[in-house]
Structure formats: C-alpha cells, structure tokens
Ligand binder design. Sequence first.
Ligand code: PEP
Ligand code: MG
Length: 596
Amino acid sequence: MAKHNSKTKPAKNITAPGISVSAGIVMGKALFVGRDLGAPEESELSAAEARKEVKRFEKALRQSREQLEGLRQQVAEVIGEHDARIFDAHLLIMDDDKLTREVKENIIQQKRNAEYIFQKIFERYTQALSKVDDPYIRDRIADIRDVANRIIKNLRGEPADDIRNLDHPRIIVAHDLAPSDTVSMTKEQVLGFVTRIGSRTSHAAIMARALQLPAVVGLGDSFQQIHNGDMLILDALRGTVIIDPDEKTIKRYKQRIKDQEKWFTMLESELALPTETKDGFRVQLAANIELPEEVDEIRSSFGVGIGLFRSEYLFINQPEAPSEEEQFQVYRQLAEKIYPQSVIIRTLDIGGDKFLSSQFSNEINPFLGMRGIRLSLSNPSAFKVQLRAILRASAFGKVRIMFPMISTLEEVKEALRYLQEARQELDAQGIDYHRYMDIGIMIEVPAAALLADKLAPYVDFFSLGTNDLIQYSLAVDRANPQIAYLYQPTHPSLIQLLENVVHVAYEHGKWVSICGEMASDSTLVPLILGLGIHELSMSSVSLPLVKRLIRRIRMYDAENLVREARQCGTSREVQTLCDQFIQNFVPDMFESNDND
Ligand code: PEP
Ligand code: MG
C-alpha cells in the first residue's frame, strides 16, 4: 500500500445530493459567483460633492441600462428573441422612478456616497419582498439583486460580468444564478454549475438545459462545504456534486466522463437503429422541452418527437401574455421543424411553482390551488386564445394537444367544449386546422388515475405526469428538500396507480405515455416498460442512456420485474429489485463497452 504523505490533507470526498436539472458529468475547479455585495463603504460629502454624486449615480444608471440593452441584443441574436425578453424584466426594474428618486434625494439629504445610499435602500426593498412567501416574488428578488449588483459594480468601476472574463473553464458555484449570468455562459468558459437553492423549473435550470450545460441545483446545507477553488465533480446524471474527491473517485469519474462521450457517440451510431428491446418490442422515445429553440437539437441529434412542450414558458417572464398570433407562430414552427415526428403541446400549466409576471399568488398551498386546467377554465377567453393558436398550428404538422392537472370529468368535458368553440370560431373565419388532432390529458393527480376509465372515452391518450403524481399521491412537495427522502417513485401505491391507468388505456384502445422525470431514470425504465408503458418522453439529455438501456434488455424480463414488484410493500424493496435488474441484465450500464 502506498504510504500517505502526512503533509497532504486527506481529500474530503463529500457527496452532496442535489437536483439534476441538466444532465452530464464534468470535473473542474469551483468558482464562486456571488451577488453578495459586501458591506457598503460610507463616505461623508459636502453639499457640492453630494450634487456631483447624484450625477455619478445617474451615469451608473445609464451605463447599466446600456449594458442590459447590449446583452439583450446579444442574446436575441445568439439564442433568440424569447430568451432575450428576460432582460425586459431587468430594464423594467431600472425604470422604477420611485427607487432612483429616493436614492438621489437621500444622497443630497444625508450627504453620503451613492453606493452607500443605494445599497441601503435596495436592501430595504428586497428585505420587504423576501417576507412575502411566494415563489414568483422570490424570483423577482433575484432579478432585482441582479440589476442592483450591476449598478453598484458600475459605481465602483468594476467589470460588470465575472463569468465572461474567465480565462479557463470552471464549475460555477452560486447561491442562485440570475438569468443574465447563465445566459452569458459558454462551454469555453463554464463547465457547468451548482447552486444552493433552485428547482428544475427555476430560470437557471431552464437556461442550463437550453445551453446544454450540466447543472445540479438545490444543494441545500451541503453547499457550505464548497470553497472557492475546490475540485468538484458535478455528476448531473445522478444529481450529485462530489466535493474535493479522492484519487479513486477521480479515476472512476474520468472513466465515466469518457463513457459519457462514448454514450453520445454510441447513440449517434445507433440513430438509424430502432429503439427496441432485445426481444423485439418497439419503444417510442420523445423529448420534453421548455424552450422552442430546443427543437432544432432534438431533431438533428435525436430524431425523436416532442412528448411534452411546456407551453407556460412562453408566458413566464413576459410583461403580458403572448397573443394568438405570437403563440401560433411558435407552435407552427415547432410542428414544421419536428415533422414527420409529432409534438404534444400542453396547455398552460401555471400555478404550483410557476407564475406569470402579472399574477400575484397569495394562495397558502399553490400546488393545491389555482393551477393548470383550473386556471385556464377560470379564464376562458385566454384559454381559447391558446386553443385557437394550437388548432391553427395543427394544419402545419402533427400536433397533439394535452390538458394538465385534470382531476375531474367535468374539467375534461369543459376543456373539450372550449376546444369545440375554438374550432367553430376558426370555421367561421375560414381558417384551416386539423379536424382529428389527438387530444390527451395528463394523469398527474391520483383522482384522475383512479377515474381513468371514466375519462378514457373522451380522449385519445393519457400522459403520465409522475412528477406531480408522486407529489400528490404521497403528499410530498416535490420542491421541498427537507422531505425529499419521502419523494419515492418506487412507492408501491404509485405502481398500482400506473397499472390502473395502463390497464384502462389498453381496454379502451387509447395510447399511454409517461413524461415525468421518472422516465429518465435508467434504473426505473425496466419497471416502466414492464408496466406496459411503451412511450417515454424526457429531457433530451437523458435519451442516449435510456435508449442504450432499452436496446440491452428484454421485455420478458421487465414484465417479470413488475410481477415481483407487485409483491413489495415498501419503496426500498421495489428500488432494490430495480437495481438488481440492472446488475443482472446490464451490469456494465454505467461503464464503457471497450477498454480504451
Ligand atoms: C409531471 O408532473 O410529471 C410533468 C411532466 O409536468 P410538470 O413537471 O411540468 O409539472
Ligand atoms: Mg405536472
């Protein structure tokens, strides 16, 4: 055994679990990006100096505005107009006359420097906002901090953007990342990122996926173990960050990173091959997307359809809802670009942890409140705008529509009634649409899973939204890290719910797919297939691994796995069976095929 050098500190090798929001594995040094401004320096001024200070403050405001406008333009050109609109929220904050007037008055009255006054006032604003228990407002605080940070950096004469000035690539570590940070990241400078807070649906997560940077968010308290410059392994396939890994772990991960590259190469070489099990069962894979721009990559790299387009991202961060024409253009492009594959457009799923700029939720339990179809049905005119836009797009490709958060039969009937009205309106205008577009519902509330036989006659397909189905079945907030241990996809009750839905779908001759994150967990894919779910939609980054797995197992064994899982009383037992399945049938799942 090698003797340890007593001077070398042993590696901490801490594994910190988080939420993987954009898959991939990278290794590199941590770079903290803080928006903690530190204590403001205070200097006393004469009356004349205070007047000059106001001018200096105004100049910093102008500079900040120019930078934001430049950034907006750059993002619009490089990524697209939709993402660029994030900066409109920032520019709106800059237009807040009340704040800037208060700062100028206080500089004159208190005869203090601009940084000091501005920081004090802005901290007071954000403190008041942080007392509001609302995720939408928390998102806005990040935006306000981002703008304030920029103004202060301009006052101090510091460069506005650290990330863009990186000399070599690092793993960015931050309490949270504002959209303007993530948007300026490139693969040359940034390997990936890790944040203390956040969820799969936070701004940063969405942008990470769009930019294809691996990211793990929501590290919680273990975040405090990371120091600037620490070696990190960001394993966004498993959703963990390894802080200061030891030699053995580094070696293992170097191999995994190689394997990861091989997986992508392998998928490329397998693109022409069918997605089918070893005993010849065809499986349909599709991608979940949030940003319309993702469609190009899905088409060119994966050649699959879109099993879930989360249309709410067209609405979030916008000063107002997009018009029928704007929505139509986006849906039409999706339909045309993905053709001959299909796209499932889900109507607005606002509520829960996703809110509109115009919406101020004061619900105590937003996940149990005005969410998804409930909100759409409460605002029929806006709902019909979306329905008409989707119908119009159906004339340009294979478009399917899907309603989220269904819990009653009345909701299905009402949604269909509005769809019929939208059709009639288009008929009256002589506008073309596909008359037999497939209509589906998300099964993500236990009531809908149990009522599936009554819902089936009204729809063409069911899409299993296990992210919510798990949350609502087990009464576990999907975004609460404190009870994450109770969020169990292998809970035996969930298997029963899924079985019921599949059974009903088969009996009624309807098709059934799954679009929850569970479908991208390769250890659970055999269970899903064995249950009879043969259409799986997931973030595109997970497709290579899942495809690889499917091609290496037999449906016969997957069905046996389900038979055994039915006998289990705990999630752990089911998970163990799933893990054993991988060990028995695909022992080299996470390893490379060859030895180079
Ligand atoms: C789900 O609930 O599983 C789902 C796919 O929808 P979302 O994650 O958007 O709620
Ligand atoms: Mg859902």
